[in-house]
Design a protein. Sequence first.
Length: 323
Amino acid sequence: MGPARRRDALRLRGGGSPPLPRLFPGRLSAFPLFLLALLLGFASLLWLQLSCSGEGPVAGGQVRGAPRQPCPPPAPLQPAQDEPSWGPHRLALLVPFRERFEELLAFVPYMHRFLSKKKIRHHIFILNQVDHFRFNRASLINVGFLESGNDTDYIAMHDVDLLPLNEHLDYSFPEAGPFHVASPELHPLYHYKTYVGGILLLTKQHYELCNGMSNRFWGWGREDDEFYRRIKGAGLQVRRPSGITTGYETFQHLHDPAWRKRDQKRIAAQKQEQFKVDREGGLNNVRYRIESRTDLSVAGAPCTVLNILLDCDTNETPWCTFG
C-alpha cells in the first residue's frame, strides 16, 4: 500500500492526528460576523479609554491609581484668547435653552469657530431652564446676565436655532448702543421694523440701564417687543448691520416647526398683559436658583451650561403654568 493510500485509510479509521476543533459552523451568516466585529470594536475602544484614564486593569505590574499618560485632548479650534490682537472686550453669548439638544450640538461648535475667526473673545452660556414652568426666554437672559461674571463686558442675546452665515456680520463691542445683528432686513422670518429678537448685542451698562428684560413673559413671543420699548425708554438707539447683501440668506434657521411646536398659548389675562410695558420688573426682581453649573466641550468648543430653576408668583403671572 502506497503512502497516500495508507494516510487515507488512517483517516477513515479515525487514526492519525486529531481534527482541529471547529470554532465556527460551516456556514456563518452575516449577522453573527457583524455582531462579532461590533463587540471587538467596542472592546478596543473601551480598553483605549480605560488605559488612558487611569481606570480598569493595570498592565505591566503598574500599581493601580498611579498617574498615567492622559488621553490626548481634542485639537483646539482657535488660538489662545489672550492674544493682544483680539482686543480688550469679551462677549457673554447668552443662549436661552430647553430640550433642543440637536440644535445645541450644531450651535456651540459653529458659533465658537465663527467668533474665533473674527477674533472675538467670548464665553458661551447655555441657559437651560429645568423647572416645570412654561419657557421664559427673558428671565433666562436676565439670569445669564447676572451669572456671566465680571470678565465679560457685553452680551449677545442669541437664539440657539439661528446661525450667522455671513462672515461680515459684526459681533464686536457695541459701544454706541444696542446692535441688532438679526435685523428685519436679514432675518428669515421676522421683518417688522421694531423687531429686536434673534440676536441682539448690548454692553452690560446699557442692559442694566434698561433694567434687563421683563420676567412676565411665560411661553413663546412678545418679550423682545417689550424690550424694544425699554431700549427706547432708556434713550438708546438700536443700530443694525449695513453693507450686508445676502438678504434673507444671511442666517440659517435650524428650527423645524413640524418637530418643535412653539408654546404660543395665551391664557386668561395673558392676552391683555402681553402688550403692556412692565415698568417695575426686570433684573431687579428675577427669581431663580442655579441647580448646577457645568463647563463642558461640544466637539472641542467650550461652553458653560447653567441648569436654572425659575420661580413664579402665580398671583402675579398665573399663566406661568398650564394648570
